[in-house]
Design a protein around this ligand. Structure first.
Ligand SMILES: [Zn+2]
Length: 195
């Protein structure tokens, strides 16, 4: 058995506003009783410290389970330029923001096509280090930033602010909508993963 996580990634937050937005959304979630104010040892990755479920955590999820039984059950907030990923498995396909054509990274036997994947991997590294992360689309031959591509099953997302919930039941659409409002109406994607 592994540990599951869901990460709501803000696609619009800038480097400058990420810290303030993170503090605002955390304040709201504490006020709503979704998470606790104090930081405790309850998340994996990052600093290892996060916010455990609050008294009304069940309002955020479908079919709440007794997460108190699990050690890793908190909210971890990440700020700063980050390539968020789903942890396990391989990326399936990515869609170009300019021509909407999909690039697949696997052959029929589901083996990773290194040649197709390598330039994307380099662009992620470049973007994460503060570069443009430009990538040339194999289909239309035009370049764009890797942060503008979309990924099959939301496998990756580039952002400056992410909220990772460890081992929570599936977050409801209504809760995600509320988080988007707290983020000033920014676009978000939600990644599902397992460690
Ligand atoms: Zn293209």
């Amino acid at each position: 058995m592994g540990d599951y996580f869901q990460t709501i990634v803000d696609l619009d937050a800038t480097e400058q506003e990420a810290g303030e937005l993170a503090a605002h959304v955390l304040d709201r979630l504490i006020a709503e009783g979704i998470v606790r104010a104090e930081r405790t040892d309850c998340v994996l990755g990052g600093s290892g410290h996060g916010h455990a479920p609050g008294p009304h955590y069940a309002h955020a999820v479908d079919e709440p389970e007794p997460v108190d039984l699990l050690w890793a059950n908190g909210l971890d907030i990440t700020t700063g330029r980050t390539v968020f990923d789903s942890g396990q498995g391989e990326p399936g396909a990515a869609t170009c923001p300019l021509c909407a054509t999909e690039t697949r990274f696997h052959d029929d036997e589901w083996a990773l096509d290194d040649e197709a994947w390598r330039p994307f991997s380099h662009s992620f590294d470049d973007w994460a280090e503060g570069g443009e992360g430009t990538i040339r689309c194999p289909s239309c031959d035009r370049t764009s930033g890797i942060d503008r591509w979309s990924w099959e099953d939301d496998y990756f997302a580039c952002g400056r602010l992410g909220l990772t919930f460890w081992n929570w039941a599936e977050l409801t659409g209504e809760f995600e909508e509320r988080v988007r409002r707290h983020l000033g109406g920014h676009r978000t994607v939600t990644l599902y993963g397992k460690l």
